[in-house]
Design a protein around this ligand. Structure first.
Ligand code: 5GP
Length: 127
């Protein structure tokens, strides 16, 4: 089901369960404020998700409510993981889906890192 607007945070969402260690993930990096792990259904040779450890539904929630330390920690991990995965030379794409029009499925803020091949158009053309 797609995430609508700014619903209350659901502590049973799949990424909250990954953070609590209830569901396994293939880790790509971690710091005090964020966790990075490989997407279960990769859309590119490299497809990693970076999530804050705090309870934020979406990018809108995170950017409005997270502390400066959480925001800095999150973005530091994004850059570090992309570098450690060897994506800096060839490039990579960062993407975050927020709400229905973007197709957000998991109601815990996350950033996708895609890389490992040419990634084509940024968004599909309007039908
Ligand atoms: P969204 O559409 O919300 O931006 O992206 C959600 C992403 O989470 C999808 O790319 C999906 O493959 C990934 N995902 C969903 N459930 C799991 C899971 O249990 N483990 C991992 N590693 N990724 C998941």
């Amino acid at each position: 089901m797609l995430v609508t607007g700014l619903p209350p945070y659901d502590p049973q969402n799949i990424f909250a369960r990954i953070l609590r260690g209830e569901i396994p993930c293939k880790r790509a990096g971690e710091n005090d404020h964020a966790l990075a792990f490989h997407d279960i259904n990769p859309q590119a040779p490299v497809h990693v998700l970076v999530i804050p450890k705090g309870a934020y539904v979406s990018s809108a929630d995170f950017t409005a409510q997270a502390s400066e330390a959480e925001i800095a920690g999150f973005w530091r991990l994004v850059g570090l993981v992309a570098k450690e995965l060897g994506l800096e030379a060839s490039g990579y794409r960062l993407l975050s889906n927020m709400g229905v029009d973007a197709g957000q499925e998991v109601p815990h803020f996350h950033l996708h890192i895609f890389g490992g091949r040419g990634l084509g158009r940024m968004v599909s053309r309007a039908p």
